[in-house]
Design a protein. Sequence first.
Length: 285
Amino acid sequence: MPNPIRPIACTRKILSNNRLLRSWDALVLAAGRGPDDPLSKAFAVTHKCLLPLAGKPMLQHVIRGLNASARFNAIAISIEDPSILHAALGPLADAAKPVASDSSASLSVAKAFATVPLRQPTLVTTADHPLLRQDIIGEFLDRSAASGADLTVGLATAEVILSAYPDARRTFLHFGRERVSGCNLYAFNTSTAIKVIDHWHRVENSRKRPWRLVRSFGLAPLLRYAIGALSLKAAFSAASRTLGLTVEPILLPFAESAIDIDNPADLELAERILSSNNRYQPAIM
């Protein structure tokens, strides 16, 4: 006779795994960049997140990617006016938690943690990251959780990006022989990670000036960076010491993880990827 207990045990295991899977919250930064943002002006939209991409506002692609991963208890979106979410997301807006943005990305993150509230671990990403996929998200979250770090930062190497998309225009940071680009993926794995926000606020206008970022972690790292002797590992060790928490990089093997939309060339590249890469086809139907 069949064992009636086994199906119940299997069901409990599935439910337990599902609860474990949905152990993250997410925050998407979607605030506008003001009336002079060139992309918004070019497409006559008030917010970059409303840019049309493969027939949908860009923010829809981000939210669909997060939803497809099935990893999140709650998804919050930081934006000035919650009504914009309905224009950007349609029915998807009902499942998102709007939170008022602040005057900068760092302050918007601080406000979201204080007002939503968000629970750790929390993924922070941006509304101009339409190529997020389930496998990218899963890889970053799993490796972040396994790292034991308070804060993890998603990066991709120049080799990974340019081997897939030689015409991609990215800003690369040089650490010894390594060249890396940011992926707009940040995992606040513990409550201690929130300590980074004060430092982030002081340096966020220097994100296109790598030497200023390195200098904020001390003169010795800056000197090593200047002569090409600062490795990626050493840079994150210096950041950890300065911040009083553990920060680690997560090098992702996906070129698309580092492609956000900063200019018309990025938008054209994203359109091409969405239409030609079969891993995106279900998301754009």
